[in-house]
Structures are given as structure tokens and as C-alpha cells.
Design a binder for this molecule. Structure first.
Ligand code: AMP
Length: 379
């Protein structure tokens, strides 16, 4: 009997546990809150990620450890890796936790990135804004997610407000300034690398964000084969450089046919949720196969798919469940503003059928604004 340990007990751990059940796996989840939603399916240890007693208890109960959450302190991941196999490895985790280290690695590997600068003081911010031009975005290097810890600088007049909002964090989590990319599309590659170096990727996914939070994903993305090949080559190069094992997502901006790397998520990813019903093997199942050293499953798509995120509260399930290709995922979380509480995936054999299903669901749930960009993309 194999037990997989997961640091972090959110919806990603929950969907991993569900995907692992057919493989006969057991799970143990460590989270600092007692009602973490993965706890509804897997036994939990409640403790802080820096609490050595909790980590020791966790290590004693698992055969292999992985993450549902990238902000587990790198020292905790390192401590664990001296006691049990940890995938992805702590170095990959550490790079992905720091926007500056991540962008520096992308650049070193020849993966194009938006202009960026390390910001340690207000004077550096002023110089970097002058160099990168406006608009630009000041971001925390560490601990930011879903658009949090970011300030958009529209003109030099906003420097005061940006420094007021984030300046104090220059000495704690660090700051990075990035040039603003006027992209036409946001794309992500969700890919997996096995223990033996085997690499597979799902077709590129096209993503729409609202206020920095993912709203909808469409697969396959409407891109030419050459762009798809470039994106996959970037992902592969990155995975090999980090000796990465498991699933990860590389988020990209597409501007005038050029790809610019935004960030690496060292875990299963929201833009890969459609793979549960839309591909031969889901990202969750393949992540488990990778960390356990099992053969990876095929990543080919079955038709076309769109995922819609439910933020804050769950809508009524009936409209989606009434669709022939409608799939419902309720994470069992209490409603809260801005919180990801569930998603739906609509699958169809053709783009036209998918557009019609989305429109029906959008009208029934009063979510026409959410489905409109996807429907427009499909037509
Ligand atoms: P992040 O947390 O860096 O993934 O940012 C969240 C979202 O903010 C992205 O998905 C984009 O929609 C937007 N964003 C972040 N960085 C940039 C940038 N340099 N240029 C344009 N939009 C950005």
C-alpha cells in the first residue's frame, strides 16, 4: 500500500486524491487549517508548514511527498527531502517561489520574458520605471498569487502610490518591476515529466483572467502548430534544467505572435482542470504517476473543452449537469469573496457545439460576461 503525502490541502490536493483512488493509493495531507477541503477525502495532519513535529509525523506516514501549494517554505521542503522522496525537488520549488529567480532562469534558457528589474529601493524603482517605460507592474517577488501583491504603474505619477502600497515589502519578500505586456492572448502549457525524464504535454490552453484570477480556460488554444511547438519546447527545456518531476504549468503571454513567459507553477494547475474530462489522462493522474515512477498516460485531447471557474459562491448546478458534455466540480468549501470554490468543464466534439453549450449555460446562470470571450474565440 503506497501513501502519497501532500503539503497543502486545497482543491488541488482534493482532486489529486480523487484521481489516485483508482490506482489504489492512500493519501496524507498536511495543512495549517483543520477544514481544508482535501480533508474530506484524505486523512489530515493539521500543522504549520514550518512545524517540525508536524513535518516529522507527516514524513513518518508517507512513501513520497508532493505539493498542492507552491509557497511551502523551501527549508521545510528541503528538510522533508532528507527523509522521504519529494517531487518536484526543493530547488525547482525555490525557483518557482521567486519571480526574480524564475525570470532569470527563463532568460538564461533563452525563453523570452517581459523586461524586468530587481527593486530594492525607491530610487531603483524610479530608475527602472524610466528604463522599462510605462505602463509597468510592481510585484512582490515571493508569496504573491492570483494577482495579489501587484501594483500597476500607469505613469511616473503612480510611483509614490506604488511605493506606498508595496515598498515596505522590498526588505521582506522582495520586489520586481515588470514591463506591461499588451498581449492578445494568455496561454499556458501544462506538462509532466517523469522520474526517468519522460516528457509529455497537453495541448496549449488559452486562458482569460478577471482581476488577476483565472476565469475561463479553453483547450485546445487557437494557435498555429509552430507556436504550439515553441511553447512545448520552452516547457521541456525548463523541466530538464530543473530536473523537474511531476506536473507543472508555464504561463505565457502571446503578443504579435511572440511568446513571453510570465510564470512557472510547480504543481497541477487551474488551467489544466479541463484535462479531467477532456483528455485521455488528467493532470492529477499523471502527476501521481510521475512522482511514483509509473508510466505516464497519454495527454491527447478528447474533443474540445472549456473550464469555467466559480469564484466566491457556487452557482446552481442544474444548467451544467443538463448539458450532455457538462461536468461539475464543487470543492466543498465555504463561500467567501474571491475564493475558488469550484469549476465546471464543458466538453464537446466540435468548437461549434462547445460554443452553443457555453452560451446556454451562460444564459441560464447569468454568466454571459464570463462565457462571451470564449464563445467569441470559438466562432
Ligand atoms: P501573475 O500573478 O503574475 O500570474 O499575474 C496575474 C495576471 O495579471 C496575469 O495572468 C495577467 O493577466 C496579468 N499580468 C501579470 N503580469 C503582467 C504583465 N507583465 N503584463 C501584462 N499583464 C500582466
Amino acid at each position: 500500500m503506497t501513501t502519497v503525502g501532500i503539503l497543502g490541502g486545497g482543491q488541488l490536493a482534493r482532486m489529486m486524491a480523487l484521481a489516485g483512488a483508482p490506482l489504489g493509493l492512500r493519501f496524507r495531507v498536511l495543512d495549517n487549517v483543520a477544514d481544508a477541503c482535501a480533508g474530506q477525502f484524505a486523512p489530515m495532519i493539521v500543522g504549520d508548514y514550518t512545524d517540525q513535529a508536524a513535518l516529522a509525523q507527516f514524513a513518518a506516514q508517507v512513501d513520497v511527498a508532493t505539493f498542492d501549494f507552491e509557497n511551502v517554505p523551501a527549508e521545510s521542503a528541503q528538510w522533508l527531502s532528507e527523509r522521504v522522496p519529494v517531487f518536484p525537488n526543493p530547488r525547482a520549488l525555490a525557483v518557482a517561489q521567486d519571480r526574480l529567480a524564475e525570470k532569470t532562469l527563463f532568460r538564461t534558457l533563452g525563453i523570452p520574458v517581459p523586461g524586468f528589474a530587481d527593486i530594492g529601493s525607491r530610487a531603483q524603482l524610479e530608475a527602472a520605471v524610466a528604463e522599462l517605460g510605462t505602463p509597468c507592474i510592481l510585484k512582490t517577488r515571493r508569496l504573491g498569487y492570483d494577482g495579489k501583491g501587484q501594483f500597476r504603474i500607469k505613469s511616473a505619477a503612480d510611483i509614490d502610490a506604488a511605493w506606498e502600497a508595496l515598498g515596505a515589502q522590498a526588505m521582506t519578500v522582495g520586489l520586481i518591476l515588470e514591463g506591461f505586456v499588451h498581449f492578445q492572448r494568455e496561454l499556458s502549457v501544462v506538462a509532466v515529466r517523469g522520474r526517468g525524464g519522460e516528457f509529455r504535454a497537453w495541448p496549449l490552453t488559452e486562458n482569460w483572467h478577471v482581476d488577476g484570477v483565472l476565469s475561463a480556460s479553453l483547450a485546445p488554444a487557437r494557435v498555429e502548430d509552430a507556436l504550439q511547438a515553441t511553447a512545448l519546447a520552452h516547457a521541456r527545456k525548463l523541466a530538464e534544467a530543473l530536473d523537474y518531476v511531476g506536473v507543472f504549468a508555464l504561463e505565457l503571454f502571446c503578443r504579435d505572435g511572440e511568446l513571453l513567459a510570465n510564470e512557472l507553477a510547480p504543481r497541477v494547475h487551474n488551467s489544466g482542470h479541463w484535462t479531467i474530462e477532456g483528455s485521455e489522462t488528467s493532470q492529477f493522474q499523471n502527476h501521481l504517476r510521475a512522482v511514483l515512477g509509473l508510466p505516464l498516460g497519454d495527454t491527447r485531447m478528447v474533443g474540445t473543452a472549456c473550464m469555467l471557474n466559480w469564484i466566491g459562491t457556487m452557482p446552481d448546478a442544474n444548467a451544467v449537469l443538463g448539458e450532455p458534455g457538462g461536468h461539475w466540480h464543487d470543492y466543498g468549501k465555504a463561500p467567501r469573496d474571491g475564493r475558488k470554490v469550484g469549476h465546471a468543464t464543458l466538453r464537446a466534439d466540435s468548437a461549434e457545439e462547445l460554443a452553443m453549450a457555453l452560451q446556454r449555460v451562460g444564459v441560464a446562470l447569468d454568466r454571459e460576461g464570463q462565457v462571451a470571450p470564449v464563445v467569441a474565440a470559438l466562432r
